[in-house]
Design a protein around this ligand. Structure first.
Ligand code: NAD
Ligand code: GLY
Length: 367
């Protein structure tokens, strides 16, 4: 067990803590146990995570006097669907879940988003606790209360803001995470630094690949969460500044949408999207080229892609990608909103990108 770092998400009566570090689940103790007055913990997870971690997590919860009642769904985005939501809500109702008890989401972003949405709508809202098991879920999706599913119109197009009561980001759960998933999650730490924490980016650069493991990872995870917590506390429902957390995502979602299913990881698309957001900012003369180059160099140094050609799928079409950007949820009045940068640690929101210029830029990036 290492030192447990604690980050508070300051949302008044809905404020909660995020515990970070090796042994965080054991350290949560009573503050976790008190959420289950009936002595049972309904826990939603996916089959991969169940095979790897359910027994150990159940044993730890048994130590708090809790009996785990698992709901196991198939791994992958397909579970983040109307059908997946229906099956989880029905499973909760089959177990006669009460509003007095919380449910647990044990898994990656898919499980957190799906379980959180099920918690938001079941009996008009039950509490939930996030125990994220991917790096991406630890640094990003488990914190901030965005929950939801994908529809035929797009990713995360149905959902609710529903904050968890507690988040336990236990590094021990990441021990089984494949390197590719770990790197994909790391892209979201880099993103947080690039938006508004330049000293964090300096530290990431200095630590290089070592930051992907050990105590250095705990500090980076906690810093990224603390950054996100500040933004969420200021703008919970994304009326303004929270949109900054989408740095790299407008470009990234376009690559995800245009790639064959499951070919590229969300974090890989975000890595390329972030590099492009900086390159485009430099192209516009808004950001020093040296900063854009530092971003790409660091992404590559840790094994992440920094250009479209470095993704697992490479058959891209600039017009189609810009078309995808038009579907982004951030857009207003039919204009593409882009998160751009003035420098490392200084992102800003352009609510009306020049589409002709953006298309020309994308064509050069793909040529
Ligand atoms: P994921 O949940 O699909 O997990 C990736 C894979 O890793 C799955 O196969 C899973 O079974 C496996 N896995 C999980 N934990 C593991 C472990 N400890 N060891 C081994 N394998 C493990 O994907 P993800 O990358 O965690 O999350 C992506 C999802 O998160 C997307 O749906 C995205 O939209 C969502 N997201 C939401 C937010 C938000 O704010 N709510 C933010 C970012 C991303
Ligand atoms: N992942 C972006 C957000 O939580 O707002």
């Amino acid at each position: 067990m290492s030192e447990i770092l604690r980050v508070n998400v300051g949302l008044g009566e809905r404020a909660y803590d995020v515990l970070v570090g090796s042994g965080a689940l054991a350290a949560a103790g009573a503050e976790l146990g008190e959420r289950f007055p009936r002595g049972r913990a309904i826990l939603v997870t996916d089959r991969h995570v169940a095979n790897l971690h359910l027994e150990r997590v159940s044993d730890q919860l048994a130590g708090l006097g809790l009996r785990v009642d698992p709901i196991i769904v198939e791994p992958g985005e397909t579970s983040k669907s109307w059908a997946g939501l229906e099956s989880v809500v029905d499973a909760l109702l089959d177990r006669n879940v009460e509003r007095s008890e919380a449910i647990i989401a044990l898994g990656g972003g898919v499980i957190g988003d799906l379980t959180g949405f099920a918690a938001a709508v079941t009996k008009r809202g039950v509490d939930f606790i996030q125990i994220p098991t991917t790096l991406l879920a630890q640094v990003d999706s488990s914190v901030g209360g965005k929950t939801g599913i994908n529809t035929r119109h797009g990713k995360n197009f149905a959902g609710a803001f529903h904050q968890p009561r507690l988040v336990i980001a236990d590094r021990d759960l990441l021990a089984t995470l494949p390197d590719r998933e770990r790197r994909a999650g790391y892209a979201e730490i880099v993103k947080a630094a690039l938006i508004g924490d330049a000293p964090l980016f300096d530290r990431l650069e200095a630590a290089g690949k070592d930051v992907l493991d050990g105590a250095a990872l705990d500090a980076a995870v906690a810093a990224a969460i603390a950054f996100k917590a500040r933004i969420v506390a200021e703008d919970e429902r994304e009326g303004g500044v929270r949109a900054l957390l989408n740095l790299g995502h407008t470009f990234g979602h376009a690559f995800e949408a245009d790639a064959p299913k499951d070919m590229i990881r969300h974090g890989e698309a975000v890595a390329v999207g972030t590099a492009l957001a900086f390159a485009y900012s430099a192209h516009r003369g808004d950001c020093p080229a040296v900063d854009a180059n530092r971003v790409s160099a660091h992404l590559r140094a840790v094994g992440l892609p920094a250009s479209p050609a470095e993704l697992a799928h490479t058959d891209w079409d600039a017009a189609s990608l810009v078309d995808r950007m038009r579907d982004d949820k951030k857009n207003r009045d039919g204009r593409i909103t882009l998160i751009l940068a003035r420098a490392i640690g200084d992102a800003w929101i352009d609510p009306a990108a020049d589409e002709a210029d953006l298309l020309a830029f994308m064509e050069t990036q793909l040529s």
